[in-house]
Design a protein around this ligand. Structure first.
Ligand SMILES: Cc1ncc(COP(=O)(O)O)c(C=O)c1O
Length: 395
């Protein structure tokens, strides 16, 4: 029986788009330049400036960004890349699609991020790189990861899809050149959205032209300039590339979102701490860690873990009970190696998964759920979530 049952459904998240974004889209439409153009170039400059990174190259998604990053780094069939399965499928898919092997390492229970103490045991002569994920917007322990990577001559590409605005040791995620590249997502549920979209952040100029051409048919120059007043209509295809360019109507949203990002993240932080306070002292819940000076959260997600051994109810029943209250939740994530394709894949590649499995990923994967959180969420709504969680558990 529901206790409070909200009249309207409270979603897990919702993009916060203002009049400024809407007017900027209209401006792009009136200008007649809606695909890749001057606003996309300006958005790249804003990203570079915000993150303190020399090159931010935008495209259609973080998934494509990671695929291109791996291609530019020369990932070959059989190369091994160390990562965790506690992520969105794209982190593994992009490796497998290029013939690479995602070698899985367990996470730390406290952070849900890769456990650096377990990385070295996974390194073999075939290992070429490490992809840590800043899950929920909490930075992974990068110093330990970089030390291991440098000791073994591996590259590091950060999956920063959820980490726009998060900082590691005082600088933005992606801004430390010890990682060769980082990848951001601008999907609608992310801290900064452009509808869909993603970006490769990098430090070395040598990769810039290759990334640019791989995101647009393999054409050598900034293709959008072909149709500009001072452009030349000729094209030169240097290699097969993707059609993954970013549109000015996406940049129109991003140009305003980036100005609001710090305020969005501050508001997310307030709501995150209200959850911590409102849910403290409940037996049977493991609340998320807020990070510290070294790892400054951007509060993308509030992920709690429900302990069925104490609550007497498993995660899926708990999700359903909140659903009965008209409250939406998310699962970030079901570990990738549990999905049917990867079950089969690791059965055939047993060396890529530790013999005892990944007990921490599996433990958390069965217990975690995300509560509604976005900068426009009102305190009253949040109080109802807190009350619903308390009621469901006390039942
Ligand atoms: C950790 C992580 N990596 C990668 C992605 C992929 O991002 P996109 O949807 O922009 O391709 C996501 C998206 O949810 C994500 O959460």
């Amino acid at each position: 029986m529901p206790y409070l049952r909200r009249i309207d459904f409270l979603p897990l998240t919702r993009p916060v788009i203002g009049l400024e974004e809407i007017e900027e889209i209209i401006d792009s439409i009136k200008l007649g330049w809606i695909t890749t153009g001057p606003k996309s170039a300006r958005f790249e400059e804003e990203l570079q400036c915000y993150n303190g990174i020399p090159y931010c190259l935008v495209m259609n998604s973080a998934t494509t960004a990671q695929e291109i990053a791996l291609q530019v780094l020369g990932l070959k069939p059989g190369d091994e890349v160390i990562t965790t399965p506690m992520t969105w499928a794209s982190t593994l898919n992009t490796i497998v699609l290029q013939g690479g092997v995602p070698v899985l390492v367990d996470i730390e229970r406290k952070t849900l991020n890769i456990d650096p103490a377990k990385i070295e045991a996974a390194i073999t002569p075939k290992t070429v790189g490490i992809i840590p994920i800043h899950l929920t917007g909490l930075p992974a322990p990068m110093n330990a990861i970089w030390d291991i990577a440098e000791k073994h001559g591996l590259w590091v590409v950060e999956d920063a899809a959820q980490a726009m605005g998060a900082c590691y040791q005082g600088i933005k995620i992606g801004a430390n050149p010890r990682s060769v590249m980082s990848v951001y997502s601008f999907h609608p549920n992310k801290n900064l959205t452009t509808g869909e979209g993603g970006c490769i952040a990098l430090h070395q100029e040598q990769y810039v032209n290759r990334v640019k051409r791989l995101r647009f048919h393999g054409i050598e120059k900034d293709a959008w300039k072909r149709f500009a007043e001072d452009g030349s209509p000729h094209t030169e295809v240097m290699e097969p590339g993707r059609k993954a360019n970013f549109m000015d109507i996406q940049a129109a949203i991003g140009l305003h979102q980036i100005k609001k990002l710090d305020a969005f993240n501050e508001r997310r932080g307030i709501l995150f701490r209200r959850y911590l306070e409102g849910l403290s002292g409940i037996d049977g819940l493991l609340l998320p860690w807020e990070g510290d000076q070294d790892s400054r959260h951007c509060y993308h997600l509030f992920v709690l873990r429900i302990l069925p051994e104490i609550v007497g109810m498993d995660r899926d029943a708990f999700v359903q009970a909140l659903r009965d209250e008209n409250i939406g939740t998310g699962i970030h994530y079901r570990p990738a190696h549990i999905h049917s394709y990867y079950r089969e894949y690791y059965a055939q590649n047993p060396g890529a998964l530790p013999p005892g499995g990944l007990p921490e990923c599996e433990w958390s994967g069965e217990r975690l759920l995300s509560l509604p959180l976005w900068p426009g969420m009102m305190e009253d709504d949040q109080d109802q979530v807190i009350e619903a969680v308390r009621q469901v558990i006390s039942q």
